[in-house]
Design a binder for this molecule. Structure first.
Ligand code: THU
Length: 132
């Protein structure tokens, strides 16, 4: 696909992540995260971090989006955009492993804002990943 077209799709996906971020539930860290996961069939699943007073029960935005997708019968993804209240935010280690379950050939997009996006594949973010 033409590079400009890809960039525009990624910007729009990032916009959806940024909009979702407004629903983040982060009263403990005050660090809001939004994610938008683009499925190969064109559907987009958004997610936010949902914190818990028992801190370890917190779920990240990326996993929320992925869990929403899988529970709607969707398991093939092409891109994931992440926006946070702190600007550029790459997925944590748990999320990298969680997403890898559904394929390492996933474009992961984040940046300071929609005009300064960076893209790395999940395979780059999690080399030599564990697979059962
Ligand atoms: N968080 C995410 O939602 N995604 C990440 O990739 C990193 C961290 C959330 C978890 C917690 O609610 C807050 O950010 C601070 O760690």
């Amino acid at each position: 696909m033409e590079q400009n077209r890809i960039s525009e799709i990624y910007k729009e996906l990032y916009d959806q992540a940024a909009a979702a971020k407004e629903n983040a539930y982060a009263p403990y860290s005050n660090f809001q995260v939004g994610a938008a996961l683009l499925a190969k069939d064109g559907r987009i699943f958004t997610g936010v971090n949902v914190e818990n007073g028992s801190y370890g029960a917190t779920i990240c935005a990326e996993r929320t989006a992925c869990v929403k997708a899988v529970s709607e019968g969707c398991k093939e993804f092409s891109a994931l955009a992440i926006a946070s209240s702190g600007g550029e935010a790459w997925p944590c280690g748990i999320c990298r492993q969680f997403l890898y379950e559904f394929g390492g050939d996933l474009a992961v997009i984040t940046g300071e804002d929609r005009e300064h996006l960076r893209v790395l594949s999940l395979n780059e973010l999690l080399p030599e990943a564990f697979r059962l």
